[in-house]
Design a protein around this ligand. Sequence first.
Ligand code: SF4
Length: 504
Amino acid sequence: MKTRNLSKSQYCRGKKCKKSLWLYRNKKELADTPTEFMQNIFDQGTAVGELATDVFEEGVLVGEDYTETEQALSKTEILVAQNVPAIFEAAFIFESVLIRVDVLRNNNDGTWDLIEVKSTNSVEPKSHLDDAAIQKWVLLNCGIIINKTILMHLNREYVREGDLNLKDLFVLEDISEAIQPNYVLIENELENIKTHISLPKEPEELIGAKCKNPYLCDFKSYCWAEAQPGTIHTLGRISDKKRHELMDMSVALIEDIPDNYKLSTNQQIETLSYKNNDTQIDLKNINNHLTELKYPLYYLDYESVAYAVPKFDGSWPHKHLVTQYSLHIQETPSSELIHKEYLHNKNTDPSLAITERLLQDIKDDGGSIIVYHKTYERDRTGELAAMLPKFQDQLHGLIDRMWDLETPFTKRWYWDKEFNGSSSIKNVLPVFAPEFSYNDLEIKKGDTAQMKYGEMAELPEESQERLQIYNALLKYCERDTLAMVIILQKLFETLNYDQDKVAV
Ligand code: SF4
């Protein structure tokens, strides 16, 4: 029987988790379907890879795909023999490990450089080094002499001005030394992998951080079926050490965690909410936080887009560009809620237009700017200030007024077990207002909004599809600030907080 090849990505998958590789080769139908957002990231990676080849003059592509392995191997052999300046997607196989090399650069001295292209802004040791190491192992065993192993990634320092400068857009980082520890493990690892993939049944693996880092495993839904609300897996920031210790002790539910088991302060509060079946409230700290509020209250939420390859002047790879905001304004405790919004509807840099509108809508009156998860709005506003010196003082003034509605939940001053281990707005809101939801919206999540904006910006201005995305984006962002209004109001009510204490 013909042996099935092992690709380099399968090697990396198997090194991370044997079960993942076994499932991938035997029960692929159990894998999660990539979300549109994930697919968009893959597509951006492919586009960056194609752009990278333009840096190498006279390179030749081995265009045969994965169904034409034999042809790809033969064509590569010919190109190596012809001593061409560079080969893209060169195919090599050794002991059934099949690789396609992004770029094989000819040094014209009998050696080649192995170049792996990534669309990140830096080397990510947990995922990139194994990827390069296995390629080097196959190449050396195929008789190709490798001088340097290089990771070609996007350059965070590159700021676009005018046409793209490809030489500056990419950094070629020599990782020859860095891959050595990964390289020396390859033969043992391969033996181990080959043993596991030939098993008749999926190997046992404990779930843990590896299922999410450095990337989300596509079998997570299958393996994490046991991680239901109330189980130890939903304890906030549980480490693998604790997760596995508790599993060894046959503790499945949070309420069964022994009282003397060492947990972080936040985890202790979460555990108490299960054991006592009540909401944990630290009134003193919440009150102190609420007394920082000052009317008018401005509830602000941004959405942004991040292009791997900078699209506009003044941008760098993966820079977040704020594309829209929603703003609910409550001038006094009894006044009607006012809604303002802006969504940049042109295929241009939104930064100036959004800043001008934001500074019109948020008055210089010292009112609190309520955000949820402050670092995001703070950092985006700071980036706008750095880009637009004329508005620097005003934008920094907005940052100074930001008040984080998430704080009572991140610090566990208010904790309901139904938050299910997370202070994210999507977990907190349904507890305060079960009737309020995002389900009726076309766009329900921030990552989808980001992707849809990129899609919308490329559509013809008059198109119906563009208008539909535009409206869906407005509705999504508005729902986020409305959710914040509801959460604060419910917090006031639940705590019997006298809103007159909030300064006007
Ligand atoms: S979800 Fe975790 S345990 Fe399951 S296959 Fe993926 S990495 Fe392995």
